[in-house]
Design a protein around this ligand. Structure first.
Ligand SMILES: C[S@@+](CC[C@H](N)C(=O)[O-])C[C@H]1O[C@@H](n2cnc3c(N)ncnc32)[C@H](O)[C@@H]1O
Length: 255
């Protein structure tokens, strides 16, 4: 029955399992988790990825067609890792940094005050990506890193991203994925199962939040399936670029 629920591609899922479930289960959990770990989030990322998180962010921004005229929307932007990487590397015209968890955006606001936006105008806003308050065709580029995996209504989020992009605009989405090499995949699954919760306990004292993190990565669709979801949302020119071990991938898609 559970398999059947997943195959039905139900409108909302439990993001820990991929199975059909009311959206409130995942929406409530994700807001609680990121409220709890906001202040340790970046340190955890740096250490648990052995510093690889920076090169993954660079790849995302390198693939994004951003120049000094580009209006960027950063969806599920959290503490601003993507936003500030974009500002430093490409100096866009503006960035709208959004997230559903106010505590994550509070960290981002401190980073803006410290100068991490490199004089690029960055506005922060509490926004649910599954129902955004922006006009149609408002942005040239939408970025999102490690956000879609946490959303119970991924169809709604991708439709919203497509809606707020101008025609010809590009969505660039970084997410943990399935390493194509079976040996890497096995090692990575072990790392997610044992090491990630242990790192999480060490940095935040919240082991269970990181059990969820590992579960959600395992339950996220592989690269081709996610590419199809982007096509179904109305995008064209969908492609993806795996990181060297295939632990993450950047999907790009044009409206
Ligand atoms: C793993 S963090 C990624 C943050 C940032 N993009 C980065 O690369 O560091 C996931 C973020 O997604 C946000 N998020 C989850 N569901 C969301 C939703 N429905 N709408 C907006 N943000 C959401 C969480 O609050 C959290 O800040």
């Amino acid at each position: 029955m559970a398999e059947q629920n997943m195959a039905m591609n139900a409108a909302t899922i439990d993001t820990a399992t991929g199975y059909s479930a009311p959206a409130s289960i995942s929406d409530t959990r994700v807001r609680r988790i990121f409220s709890e770990i906001a202040s340790q989030y970046e340190t955890f990322n740096r250490h648990s990825s052995f510093g690889r998180d920076q090169s993954w962010l660079h790849k995302l921004i390198d693939l994004a067609p951003i120049d000094s005229t580009t209006r960027v929307l950063d969806v599920a932007g959290g503490t601003g890792e993507v936003t500030f990487t974009a500002c430093a590397r490409k100096r866009p015209a503006s960035v709208m940094l959004t997230d559903c968890t106010p505590a994550m955006l509070e960290v981002a606001k401190k980073r803006i005050a410290q100068g991490d936006a490199c004089d690029v105008p960055v506005e922060t806003k509490v926004v649910d990506a599954q129902d955004m308050p922006f006009e149609d065709n408002s942005f040239d580029v939408v970025t999102m890193a490690y956000g879609i995996r946490n959303m119970p209504d991924r169809t709604a989020a991708l439709n919203e991203i497509c809606r707020v992009l101008r025609p010809g605009g590009t969505a660039c989405i970084l997410e943990f994925t399935t390493p194509p090499n079976p040996i890497v995949r096995l090692g990575y699954r072990g790392y997610l199962r044992w090491a990630i919760p242990a790192w999480g306990q060490h940095y935040t004292g919240k082991r269970d939040d990181f059990v969820y993190l590992a579960q959600s990565i395992k339950a996220f669709p592989p690269q081709d399936q996610f590419a199809q979801m982007l096509l179904d949302a109305g995008f064209s020119d969908v492609s993806y670029h795996n990181s060297p071990l295939g632990i993450t991938a950047v999907h790009t898609a044009v409206k």
